[in-house]
Ligand binder design. Structure first.
Ligand SMILES: CC(C)=CCC/C(C)=C/CC/C(C)=C/CC/C(C)=C/[C@@H]1[C@@H](COP(=O)(O)OP(=O)(O)O)[C@]1(C)CC/C=C(\C)CC/C=C(\C)CCC=C(C)C
Ligand SMILES: [Mn+2]
Length: 421
């Protein structure tokens, strides 16, 4: 059975709207309860909450990271070559990420600006398959609405093609995240992640395993989306399995790229760049990357206590030491002046990434700017809430109240009216 002429469903997989049990295909440890199905209508409670991570520029106001815009590449790249203890030159996290950004930007440059608009390939329909594909996309929309309501509302202005594609990407990201962060996380091994990656490769070759994969398989035939950011997100999940400390911001930055910067790189080819934009494709990708990093840093700062209770500290160890703090201080969860000062510098860094991201939102297609602004404004407010909690992110979870969330939508809309200057 196939969904479109280019999609071939893996043999022995019965495709039906209710077949979302993709964990079965990853199983290599203890049995996963059959009753568990990803994205059943009643959201499976997230028993183990979120991942977390961060970094800090307290000693300097100089931005090393969010500066991959066109000018100054040379110096950034030079700064990115670092010697390891053996004296060999190693490629820094920033350089690795930069290579992916350039690759994705080049791909998009070739395909995205066709008379300023995206040239969406039409469906080639086989009898009976289009309705299944539509059902798959509808299900992606439902999942998205269930997990990220504000963002889902923000996608309402997008063209149906773009909207569906973003939902499909969202669902793949959410499923990937749930592997290590969801209720079945304890069953997930590196081998399971290898299988998830093999499945991703199949999907990109037009052989989706289930309906939700089929939606993404269709999306990647229509938009210039590269597989690398998807693979990198899986790599981020591997990192989460094997690591619970980050030596310095370089290590943390790479992790943030893997789990969140990648989302920006996946989304821009679908959202599109405004036809009137004069910004370079690379600079828009750089901003997208910055938004992912900013979100993830914020996520880490919000969840310090929660993560510590799982034995995880995403904060850069060297910056903690510089601030006179240790793991024990975090496990003890004491809000001291040392902690407040440390947090101030971490928040400052996260805001710098948000500022960098702002520049790029203006350059996006008009209809895509709204959800991005909404996400940026809402996530950034979490930092304000951490401050309002007097930096107690050990026992108080910073969150944006419903009223403020609702207000963010018209504010985001107003901002979205502003395009490239
Ligand atoms: C408009 C918009 C936000 C589009 C992105 C849609 C999309 C594909 C989102 C996928 C998000 C996802 C499920 C990622 C999996 C890994 C993960 C969970 C990352 C964390 C997200 C926060 O999720 P949440 O608070 O729900 O976390 P819990 O699991 O509940 O704890 C992250 C912190 C990062 C998500 C990263 C982004 C949303 C980056 C978005 C960047 C762009 C869309 C680029 C915009 C373009 C420019 C030029 C600025
Ligand atoms: Mn999660």
């Amino acid at each position: 059975m196939s969904f479109t002429s280019s999609l071939v469903v893996s043999p022995n997989v019965e495709l039906s709207p209710s077949n979302f049990g993709f964990l079965d295909s990853l199983r290599d440890g203890p049995q996963i309860p059959d009753s568990f199905r990803f994205f059943s209508r009643n959201r499976v409670p997230n028993l183990i909450n979120k991942r977390q991570k961060w970094g800090n520029p307290s000693h300097s106001t100089e931005l090393k990271y969010p500066i991959l815009c066109e000018s100054g590449y040379g110096s950034v790249i030079a700064a990115s070559m670092v010697a390891n203890p053996a004296g060999e030159m190693a490629v820094s996290a920033e350089q690795k990420v930069y290579n992916v950004v350039m690759k994705q930007a080049a791909l998009v440059k070739r395909q995205l600006r066709t008379a300023g608009e995206l040239d969406v390939k039409p469906d080639i329909v086989l009898p009976g398959t289009l309705s299944l594909l539509n059902e798959a996309y509808d299900r992606c929309g439902e999942v998205c609405a269930e997990y990220a309501k504000t963002f889902y509302l923000g996608t309402m202005l997008m063209t149906p093609e773009r909207q569906k594609a973003i939902w499909a990407i969202y669902v793949w990201c959410r499923r990937t995240d749930e592997l290590v962060d969801g209720p079945n996380a304890s069953h997930i091994t590196p081998t399971a992640l290898d299988r998830w990656e093999a499945r991703l490769e199949e999907l990109f070759q037009g052989r989706p395993f289930d309906m939700l994969d089929a939606a993404l398989a269709d999306t990647v035939t229509k938009f210039p989306v590269d597989i690398q950011p998807f693979k990198d997100m899986i790599e981020g999940m591997r990192m989460d399995l094997r690591k619970s400390r980050y030596k310095n911001f370089d290590e943390l930055y790479l992790y943030c790229y893997y789990v969140a910067g990648t989302v920006g790189l996946m989304s821009v080819p679908v959202m599109g760049i405004a036809p009137e934009s004069e910004a370079s494709t690379e600079s828009v990708y750089n901003a997208a990357l910055a938004l992912g990093i900013a979100n993830q840093l914020t996520n880490i700062l919000r969840d310090v206590g929660e993560d510590a209770r799982r034995g995880r500290i995403y904060l850069p160890q060297d910056e903690l030491a510089q601030a006179g703090l240790s793991d024990e201080d975090i496990f003890a969860g004491r809000v001291t002046d040392k902690w407040r000062n440390f947090m101030k510098s971490q928040i400052k860094r996260a805001r710098m990434f948000f500022d960098e991201a702002e520049k790029g939102v203006l350059e996006l297609n008009k209809a895509s700017r709204w959800p991005v602004w909404a996400s940026l404004l809402l996530y950034r407010q979490i930092l304000d809430e951490i401050e309002a909690n007097d930096y107690n992110n050990f026992t108080k979870r910073a969150y944006v109240r419903k009223g403020k969330k609702i207000l963010a939508l018209p504010m985001a809309y107003a901002r979205a009216l502003l395009g490239p200057s």
